[in-house]
Design a protein around this ligand. Structure first.
Ligand code: UFG
Length: 338
């Protein structure tokens, strides 16, 4: 059994990962400042796993908080989820994004180095590829100039980790580049909790079907894709959570070839916005109210992963398809109600 620090562990991906780690008998210490999450998520995790993880209401962009945490517990690893993640907001609040996303990472790495802790997993994003020249996207595809401060925090974050590892041989890390995480736990005890009007497609779909939003706007119908709408690789959050466990295991067992590795996490299959809507309508039996709207600034045409590296090296493969995702997202929305 290992003791794992989950920063942002009450968030969407963090909470699902907590469940998977607990299922394998690990001790999970969740640190979260509740800036974009709710304390009730802790009960959801407990209902599923039968274990209430230790919760520390602290801010990982405050070095003192991290020092206190790392003095209180001896961590065998860390999965660093805590970060601001709204692309549009980051354009208006770049300094807050750099402060929150970068300071937390630097402090965590400093304290981990000083304490002699290792095994660090970083939440990165397929946004680092921008509009990739070739599909599917492999880990070797070039990192393109970031389109937003948010995207830049992921690129800079990866560079910081790489350089820290070069200088400090006790540190090791894996960056996981997520494609589009959606869905919810099939128990409906935990799921995505967007604050206010959702910015992402699937919560907007489920809220529209639930009558909270009037109409979904499909951004762009003139993309060079078969149906004219943009293509993404939608991955079930439980599949994504399982990949974190595999990555952590690889570091803890010293199976990594390199002290710093990068993996794409997606299904390998691209779906257009219209295909996503069709999948939702099929599994929910609901007719969705939607209309075409102009393209959204900053959106890429298509992004889907080549998952060969994660399949072969991590021994991980996404098991759920977009219909499973939509079914679980809809069940979760129905539980949340209006
Ligand atoms: N979309 C709509 N209507 C909406 C919301 C989204 O048509 O109301 C479309 C978007 O234009 C896009 C697709 O649905 O074509 C997916 O959009 P999301 O906002 O759900 O996801 P993104 O691909 O834009 O963003 C996600 C993550 C980001 C990450 C990015 C990397 O949310 O954190 O992938 O590409 F940076």
């Amino acid at each position: 059994m290992a003791t794992i620090l989950l920063t942002g562990g009450l968030g969407f991906i963090g909470s699902h990962t907590a469940v998977e780690l607990i299922a394998l008998g690990h001790e999970v210490i969740i640190v979260d400042n509740l800036s974009n999450s709710r304390i009730e998520v802790l009960e959801g995790i407990e209902k599923i796993s039968g274990v209430k993880p230790v919760f520390e209401n602290k801010d990982v962009s405050n070095k003192l908080d991290i020092e206190q945490l790392c003095s209180k517990y001896k961590f065998d690893g860390c999965i660093h989820f805590a970060a601001y993640k709204a692309v549009g907001e980051s354009v208006n609040k770049p300094l807050e994004y750099y402060q929150n996303n970068i300071a937390s990472l630097v402090y965590l790495l400093q304290v981990f180095r000083d304490k002699g802790f290792s095994n660090f997993i970083f939440s990165s994003s397929c946004t680092v590829y921008g509009q990739a020249d070739e599909m599917p996207i492999t880990e070797d595809a070039p990192v393109k100039p970031a389109e937003s401060p948010y995207g830049n925090t992921k690129q800079i974050g990866e560079e910081i980790i790489q350089e820290a590892i070069k200088a400090h041989s006790d540190l090791n890390a894996i960056s996981l580049r997520y494609f589009n995480p959606i869905g919810a736990h099939e128990s409906s005890e935990i799921g995505e909790l967007p604050l206010g009007v959702p910015l992402n497609l699937v919560p907007y779909i489920t809220q529209t079907a639930a009558g909270i939003r009037k109409e979904l706007k499909v951004f762009g119908n003139d993309y060079p894709t078969p149906d004219g709408t943009a293509i993404r690789d939608y991955i079930h959050v439980v599949d994504l959570a399982k990949a974190h466990v595999k990555a952590l295991d690889r570091l803890m067992k010293h199976e990594n070839n390199d002290p710093y590795e990068v993996f794409n996490l997606g299904t390998g299959k691209g779906s257009s916005v219209l295909e996503a809507i069709n999948s939702f309508e099929k599994v929910s039996g609901e007719k969705l109210n939607w209309t075409f709207a102009p393209r959204r600034a900053g959106d890429v045409i298509e992004a889907y992963a080549d998952t060969t590296k994660a399949n072969e090296v991590l021994g991980w493969k996404a098991e759920k398809n977009i219909e499973d995702c939509m079914r679980d997202a809809w069940r979760w929305q129905q539980k949340l109600g209006k």
